[in-house]
Design a protein around this ligand. Sequence first.
Ligand SMILES: Cc1cc2nc3c(=O)[nH]c(=O)nc-3n(C[C@H](O)[C@H](O)[C@H](O)COP(=O)(O)O)c2cc1C
Length: 373
Amino acid sequence: MTSGVEPRSAFKPATGSDPRVLGNARRLLDVLWKTGTEFLGCELAILGGAMTWVSERNLVAAISNGGGFGVIACGAMTPLQLEAEIIATRALTTRPFGVNLIIMHPDLAALIDVCTRQKVGHIVLAGGLPNAMTLTRIKESGAKAICFAPALVIAKKLVRMGADAIVIEGMEAGGHIGPVSTSVLAQEILPALRDEVPVFVAGGIGRGEAMASYLEMGAAGVQLGTRFVCAHESIAHPRFKQAFLRADARHAVPSVQLDPRFPVIPVRALANDGTHAFLEMQRGVIDRFMRSEVSREDGQLEIERFWAGALRRAVIDGDVEGGSVMAGQSVGFVTREQSTRAILDELVDEAVMALSLRARVAFGEPPPLDLAR
Ligand SMILES: Cc1cc2nc3c(=O)[nH]c(=O)nc-3n(C[C@H](O)[C@H](O)[C@H](O)COP(=O)(O)O)c2cc1C
């Protein structure tokens, strides 16, 4: 477990690469994500997407110590637990980190009070659209408010309401998802908002090349969740990590809704016995509803309660068959357990390699021979 900050060593070029070009590409990366690094106050504009039960003190501190920006997930925490977690995280890192609050949390106001008392610098609001009062309270506390926007019209509204930054998250992501892919959201929202507020892109980012391409489109930075689950510092159960290491992109599927009368909030997770049981349960509810044995309201409640506690069972208890193994399509890029620092370094190195060609041109160097012809 990394308890302190290690200096980032100079970029090590891949064999055969021109170190001068790679040095310029590294500088180009710093230029591209400058808005993001300045906004977050860290070296790399890579947010560790908050993951309930996974993003606690150890992983959050490791991401921040590695130069990224860790975010505590407090979806399953009481205000007291959040306060203890913030204090414990500060014992492991002196670097900035944020807190993720779920808007429909019953204690949202008290959780904001804790963040205010603890002088949290950045609050990420997830799970819906915040009202003006929530945003005002956060901003009055001195914290920056980062909001999720699933469409351009909502992003613009959030900026008008005072959101300091936006996260756009495509349906490739793990956990609760919207209907639109990351690449389409990026094309829709980045050109319209990139000059107004920092926009961070999330969902399906597994390698540095993809990170670089979103930065080139105007993103201030990126947010990754799935890639960090198997970090050494992640407390996820060994069976949860094993399930990630075995899975490919096609195994991370959205939950299926059988009947529009019984809506299901889509969640992307690894298919398992629970996925099939959920379908059977929905089928049973629909049959009983058709026979007038259950009301629509009660049937809906049964459906909503099915996954209650299921993420904890998978992450903490290791029940990867019955629990909810939330994972994004980038799970295919999780091939081994690594330190958080190694994951961040890999992402940066891949981005630098991808940018090296552009760096030649940007820094006035002659393009490679085959392009000059
Ligand atoms: C296991 C798991 C739990 C998650 N829990 C939350 C959460 O509590 N709050 C939240 O805003 N996002 C949550 N997410 C989404 C991540 O914060 C992040 O945005 C997402 O993982 C990014 O996409 P990726 O999975 O393709 O990297 C979760 C994702 C995973 C995989």
